[in-house]
Design a protein. Structure first.
Length: 664
């Protein structure tokens, strides 16, 4: 290092002549530089000095160029990541997040909902028994009556077809026994009062009296689910029994589906006549007999149209008078919604310690079970009973006014169980006490929740009040049940016998028929057969309406899931609807309509359909961003960097090729 220091000193000597201070400073600087230089690693001296750069430190050394194999390897790695994302990740994501929508026959479903696929038509067979007429006269009278009936019939849903009974020559007793066998070989009578107790029906219906000769199983002896209360396919809906008399009269048999018609002998039309007063009279009576059924079915058809607006639904049907439509609307609001099974709860509430027991099972078995058996093809029933002592009613007054009925039930303390097993519960309450209902003045009809309906005042007064100033022991609560006030015994007996329960049970039977929507006119077998047809039409229309609602729902919500089970349910519903439409009026039509309604409800309320509705698009973005951000950013940036490097290399190769051309 000594020779290097001497050379520096010789170069600095000429510049420092005459200036001692500058020489000293230069010497100091030279010394410092030499000292700093002494810290550098030693290198062989080549005899020349390296001058310092006047502009700053030396430029940064560039890394060596990448090898072509490294470039290809990096591109292959990036490409492999993107191939995994495109060929494996995206298909898995698409498969696991796609909402499955089964194909539904939307056009066919809307046709059922709009009533284009099926219009309920009930072909009813009317048998004519004319034992006193010659066969030619009977056939001619039948043809004239059919023509008159077709001219009077303004409702396309009923096709009344007359036929001459093959047993027209049988005696009247044989006809009676034949009709009796169709309802269980028993006598059923309907009257406007409940019997000797003086109780009147609070629902406007007629109390039902069943003779004790009707066995508990007589209503459904075949055990196949198609009881005798509803006509089998091909069975006669009504029998007309023609007998000679002094004048033309007509009356329905009180316990059988028979219309007894008497006629003067001179009213029989001749074989050459084209009109007959007797034929017109019979046709008019037939139309009157089925007028209520026609009105109910017409009302159902008019109110079940899915394309009708709310204002049109509130408007009375064109074929019905406004008062008739209003009465049917009140009946619909009073009746229970259809269910295949109802649970009947019979409760005995006593204000004190007695009575503490009752023969309710024997009373039900004798007075109500025959009706339940007849209703079995339409509904199933389960029954339970209970006794509650020291049960204070909501109103303590000994004479209850109409306004007190809505608050009589003490729902807070009385153990009125809700529906058991999913079936709707119908409550029948017997309260043992000394309370009665004052029916001296007409009042509003009361509902369970305490509301009143002023429009029903006149009808309720006419139906539930037999005579001014009398009292009643029973009233009906719409869509809930009924209450019967049982007078307490004078001896304070702790047991209520079967005979004491006769009137309450018969009244409850009448209330049950009203709650089920049974028609009010006609004999009991005729009313039950009418109920079967009404239920068939109601179920068919409800199932069709549900199909329309499901179709509109699938069109309105494109992101709703439609599992394959819904498509299968829709297919099953449409098949059963078609079968029900082809067999309306018989037990097969009712059975298919019940299955169709159940399948339609099951398909519409499929719980897996609404799962994706709770995840809107904003929710999906909030879920995906935290997951895709850490993965997507490196992949995208790596791809962009590789593309830029590829473009740069391409430009460099192009520039090099161009420079080579210029040199040549």
């Amino acid at each position: 290092m000594a020779p290097r220091k001497s050379a520096v000193a010789r170069e600095a000597a000429p510049e420092s002549d005459g200036l001692t201070t500058a020489t000293s400073t230069s010497t100091t600087t030279t010394t410092t530089t030499s000292t700093s230089a002494s810290t550098l690693p030693s290198a062989p001296f080549d005899g020349t000095a390296t001058p310092l750069s006047p502009t700053g430190p030396a430029e940064k050394k560039q890394p060596p160029p990448e090898k072509p194999s490294d470039i290809r390897r990096r591109g292959a790695v990036i490409l492999s990541f993107w191939l995994i994302v495109a060929l494996l990740g995206l298909p898995i994501w698409w498969y696991t997040t796609t909402i499955y929508r089964a194909n539904l026959p939307l056009d066919d479903m809307m046709e059922w909902a709009d009533g284009k696929a099926c219009r309920p038509v009930f072909p009813l067979r009317i048998s004519i028994q004319a034992s006193s007429l010659q066969e030619a006269e009977a056939n001619h009278l039948l043809r004239l009556t059919q023509h008159a009936l077709d001219d009077l019939n303004d409702f396309s849903g009923h096709h009344l077809r007359l036929e001459l009974s093959p047993n027209s020559q049988t005696s009247e007793g044989d006809a009676d026994s034949s009709s009796l066998s169709s309802i269980g070989s028993s006598t059923v009578s309907a009257s406007s009062s409940a019997g000797s107790a003086g109780s009147s029906n609070g629902n406007g219906g007629s109390a039902v009296t069943v003779s004790s000769s009707w066995s508990a199983s007589g209503g459904n002896s075949n055990g196949s689910g198609s009881g005798s209360g509803t006509p089998h396919e091909g069975d006669v809906a009504l029998t007309i029994r023609l007998t000679p008399g002094d004048a033309s009269t007509a009356s329905l048999h009180p316990s059988q589906a028979i219309l007894d018609v008497t006629y003067p002998p001179n009213s029989i039309p001749s074989l050459s006549s084209s009109t007959s007063a007797l034929a017109t009279f019979v046709a008019t009576q037939l139309r009157s007999t089925f007028a209520e059924e026609q009105a109910v079915i017409s009302y159902l058809l008019s109110t079940s149209s899915s394309s009708a607006s709310p204002a049109e639904l509130q408007r009375p049907p064109r074929s019905l008078a406004p008062e008739v439509a209003e009465a049917l609307s009140r009946r619909t609001m009073r009746s229970l919604k259809y269910a295949p099974t109802y649970h009947l709860t019979f409760s005995l509430f006593a204000g004190g310690a007695a009575p503490s027991s009752w023969d309710i099972e024997a009373a039900i078995r004798e007075y109500m079970q025959p009706i339940l058996d007849v209703l079995r093809p339409i509904h199933n029933f389960t029954i339970d009973t209970q006794v509650q002592l020291y049960a204070a009613p909501g109103v303590q007054s000994p004479v209850l006014s109409k306004q007190d009925l809505s608050s009589f039930i003490n729902a807070a303390e009385w153990p009125l169980s809700p529906s058991i097993g999913g079936a709707p519960t119908i409550n029948f309450i017997v309260f043992a006490g000394n309370q009665t209902i004052n029916t001296a003045a007409p009042a509003e009809t009361h509902h369970q929740d305490g509301e009143t309906d002023d429009s029903e005042a006149a009808a309720a007064a006419a139906d539930s009040v037999a005579t001014a100033g009398t009292t009643s022991q029973s009233w009906l609560i719409p869509q809930w049940g009924a209450v019967y006030l049982l007078p307490a015994g004078q001896d304070g007996s702790a047991h209520v016998s079967r005979d004491d329960l006769r009137e309450p049970t018969l009244m409850f039977t009448s209330h049950l028929l009203s709650l089920l929507g049974t028609p009010q006119s006609g004999s009991l077998p005729l009313r039950l057969s009418t109920l079967s047809r009404i239920r068939s039409a109601d179920l068919l229309l409800r199932a069709s309406s549900t199909l329309g609602s499901l179709a509109r729902l699938s069109l309105a919500l494109r992101n709703i899931a439609i599992p394959s089970s819904v498509a299968e349910g829709v297919e099953s519903t449409m098949w059963h609807l078609q079968q029900a439409c082809n067999a309306l009026g018989g037990p097969e039509g009712l059975a298919h309509a019940r299955i169709a309604e159940a399948e339609a409800e099951k398909a519409f309320f499929e719980k897996s359909m609404v799962g994706q509705l709770y995840f809107p698009d904003e929710h999906k973005v909030a879920v995906y961003l935290p997951l895709l951000g850490p993965v997507g950013v490196p992949l995208v940036m790596g791809l962009l960097n590789e593309l830029r490097a590829w473009l740069r290399r391409r430009k460099e190769r192009a520039a090099a090729a161009e420079s080579e051309k210029k040199k040549q």
